[in-house]
Design a protein around this ligand. Structure first.
Ligand SMILES: [Fe+2]
Ligand SMILES: [Fe+2]
Length: 404
């Protein structure tokens, strides 16, 4: 299947540069170039476009209006902004309308990787049920604006703790979540953390980034058909899974960066549930009713009701937002990881184990009892079974607030 990509930029040199960057892909990708939004819309109307890459600044119709009409008329097209325009307000507004924002000048490799990831997502859509569900949802939520602002600050320069704390402090809900997390037993801090700056310096920038993304995503879904108590329960589960994933990664001897990635996977792994709850509310009710009636996992009930799972949907959304492949794959595979690599312990395996632990509640401490959400066949074939018992004890102590 040929994939179609549309570039919109009024500067000829910019179009030429894009053409050059993508020259060796010409066989695989059908490429269209337009000089302004009007021409772009004509191409969009003529046939399906998988990925749109557009500048934001045009002499005539503005980039924001263009993105808005593409979002409304062609919700399935991946919208990427590639702009040299660094006005913060425009950036924040476009964060609502575009799935990804790349700042010019941008090297060929970054651009190619972004487009390749966009197409990987389109391939995920070849699973018919996922595509159908996404069509029912319509336009997917954009990357939360607060996160876009933080990511831009972190990418632009060596951000200071204070700068990051300032961004976080613009949203009281975010500060509350950060303090709640850092003061929970999971982090085992002896002293109480009372300010965003203290929390940021203790957690480190990568964790704050993950928490800001997860927390502002949760907030985006508030008020959209989802009960506050449902969101709160999902958040507690996400926080517990994240802390346990980090603990497991550290116990397994992974480095600090990997442990932070594990945390990110944990805090985001069930984001697809929010998507279903907020945008397919009737299906969500049918799914929870089925679980009450028949028991079993949520993923199984989702398969029965909508033909796909929150894992696939969440992975799709995070991929659309440009999160690293390891995280997207971990979210996609957190219920059924497959043994990969020598140790079998990749991010999907860590997310799977941490999720199983977090769902176990009090049962976690009784290590003789198998856990319902752990795939023991996978743990045995990947040689992780013994280590899992140790990690379970560690996480049970963490849950009980004993670990420091
Ligand atoms: Fe899940
Ligand atoms: Fe989960």
């Amino acid at each position: 299947m040929t994939k179609t990509i549309l570039f919109v930029d009024e500067e000829e040199y910019a179009r030429k540069a894009l053409q050059r960057a993508f020259r060796d892909m010409q066989g695989e990708w059908e490429m269209h170039f337009a000089v302004d939004p009007g021409k772009g819309l004509q191409i969009l109307a003529a046939g399906s476009v998988d990925v749109l890459i557009t500048e934001m600044v045009f002499a005539g119709q503005g980039g924001l209006e263009f993105l808005e009409s593409v979002r409304q008329r062609y919700p399935q097209t991946v919208r990427i902004v590639l702009s040299g325009y660094a006005d913060r307000n425009v950036l924040l507004k476009s964060a609502d309308l575009a799935h990804q924002y790349i700042v010019k000048p941008c090297d060929d490799d970054t651009l190619k990787a972004t487009v390749a990831r966009a197409f990987m997502l389109k391939e995920l859509l070849d699973q018919a049920p996922l595509k159908q569900v996404l069509t029912r949802i319509g336009a997917l939520p954009s990357l939360p604006a607060r996160y876009a602002e933080l990511a831009a600050a972190l990418d632009a320069e060596e951000a200071s703790v204070q700068q990051v704390a300032d961004i976080v402090e613009k949203e009281p809900g975010l500060v509350a979540k950060l303090l709640q997390l850092v003061n929970s037993s999971f982090f085992g801090r002896p002293q109480r953390i009372t300010s965003a700056a203290m929390a940021v310096s203790l957690l480190g920038l990568d964790l704050v980034r993950a928490i800001v993304l997860a927390s502002s995503t949760f907030d985006q879904f508030k008020g959209l058909n989802v009960k506050g108590s449902t969101i709160d329960a999902m958040w507690s589960h996400a926080a517990a899974t994240a802390a346990m994933a980090k603990t497991i990664a550290k116990a397994a001897g992974l480095d600090a960066k990997m442990a932070d990635t594990a945390f990110t996977c944990g805090v985001l792994h069930d984001i697809g549930k929010l998507l279903i709850a907020a945008h397919l509310n009737d299906a969500f009710k049918a799914i929870t009713a089925r679980m009450r009636r028949q028991g079993g996992s949520m993923a199984a009930a989702e398969m029965a009701v909508i033909g796909t799972t929150h894992a696939a949907l969440g992975a799709y959304l995070l991929g659309l937002w440009g999160l690293p492949e390891a995280i997207v794959k971990a979210v996609a595979g957190h219920h059924c990881p497959t043994a990969q690599g020598m140790s079998g312990l990749d991010m999907a395996a860590i997310a799977h184990i941490a999720n199983g632990f977090a769902n176990a509640g009090k049962q976690l401490a009784d290590t003789r009892q198998p856990l319902a959400d752990l795939d023991y066949a996978f743990l045995n074939t990947s040689g992780l079974a013994e280590a899992v018992t140790q990690w379970r004890e560690l996480c049970a102590r963490l849950l009980a607030g004993e670990a420091h």
